[in-house]
Write a new protein. Structure first.
Length: 333
């Protein structure tokens, strides 16, 4: 039975999610040890800095993206931030919003929260339809806010100034300090979001995540969609009930919504295999393990391209970090 579930593709996602989450935790621990070396004046061992930590700098990555589009050069201080953003956009263009449901650590924790809620309460709660739509608009408003500031309000000259400033150089360290020394307000907000995620499926992802909103726009251009075979469909509605994005899968021939994350939850519960993630006219092309392999392969390809091209490791030296990290708690105040 388990072998059959892997052959159909439905068991690959939790495995990939939690392996990627463990990798992210490892990156966080390594980065904390790296920073600790400089904060202790070299009293603790030096651990190499993991460039993947720059994936937690999405706003800076947007600035870096505009700088690249305007000047044709990639920021050398945090190049991985841009490379990861471009990789996730490429994944959305080719494989739907798969980053959100297959790789994103916040998405993984959010899914674990509502599944816990289902076990405890034997159900997932739903926000009224009349309120659900305007709430979903919040993440698009947040995306518009950030895009407006970076791409329309920020002059070209300011881009270089921001990317050369000490604050940008040490922004990853500031981010680490935020997580390790949270204020009471930040803890309260995270606690509220966590509780809401137990009762409502993917509360943060559905209503508040501007990153997901950005990737959703690009995913609408993807040739891959959940496609329904009308002849095989028995109109049981299981697919729509299983969809965490609450999409009417059983009424659509193909799902083009930016809310679709490519999680394959609908196809996993289909009793007649009438649903499949596929491009037009090629229903069997990505069956079983092939779509998970595509998701992981695109991520590895993007990171590998950054490494091979020399746009992965920071240009900051050991001496730069010796000077900057002790200043981190003062910068931005």
């Amino acid at each position: 039975m388990k072998i059959e579930r892997f052959q159909r593709g439905e068991s690959w996602r939790p495995l990939i999610q939690w392996l990627f989450f463990a990798w992210i935790v490892g990156i966080g621990v390594r980065f904390a040890l790296f920073v600790r070396h400089f904060e202790s004046d070299g009293a603790t061992p030096l651990v190499s800095r993991p460039p993947g930590v720059e994936g937690f700098l999405p706003i800076g990555a947007l600035v870096s993206l505009k700088h690249w589009l305007v000047t044709g050069t990639i920021d050398r201080v945090h190049p991985a931030a841009l490379l990861l953003l471009l990789t996730f956009i490429a994944m959305s263009l080719l494989a739907r919003k798969s980053f959100c449901s297959w790789l994103c650590p916040v998405g993984t924790l959010s899914e674990a929260a509502w599944k816990l809620g289902q076990r405890v309460f034997k159900r997932s709660f739903r926000i009224w339809d009349w309120l659900d739509l305007p709430l979903r608009g919040i993440k698009y408003l947040l995306l518009f806010f950030f895009v407006k500031i970076v791409f329309f309000d920020m002059p070209a000259m300011a881009l270089g100034g921001f990317l050369k400033a000490p604050y940008w150089a040490i922004s990853d360290v500031k981010m680490l300090h935020f997580f390790l020394n949270m204020s009471a307000t930040a803890l309260a907000v995270i606690a509220v979001l966590s509780i809401l995620s137990v009762f409502y499926q993917n509360f943060w992802c559905r209503y508040l995540c501007p990153y997901g909103a950005l990737l959703g726009f690009f995913s609408m251009l993807s040739p891959l969609k959940i496609r329904r075979d009308q002849a095989a469909c028995i109109d049981c509605g299981k697919c729509s009930r299983a969809c965490p994005s609450r999409l009417p899968v059983h009424r659509k021939n193909a799902i083009s919504s930016p809310e679709c994350t490519g999680c394959l939850s609908c196809s996993a519960v289909c009793p007649t295999s009438a649903l499949v993630m596929a491009p037009p006219l090629h229903r069997k092309l990505l069956a079983g393990w092939r779509f998970p392999a595509l998701v992981v392969g695109l991520f590895v390809l993007g990171v590998g391209a950054g490494m091979v091209s020399g746009h992965w490791e920071t240009s900051l030296t050991y001496e730069d970090y010796q000077r900057l990290i002790p200043m981190a708690r003062m910068l931005g105040h």
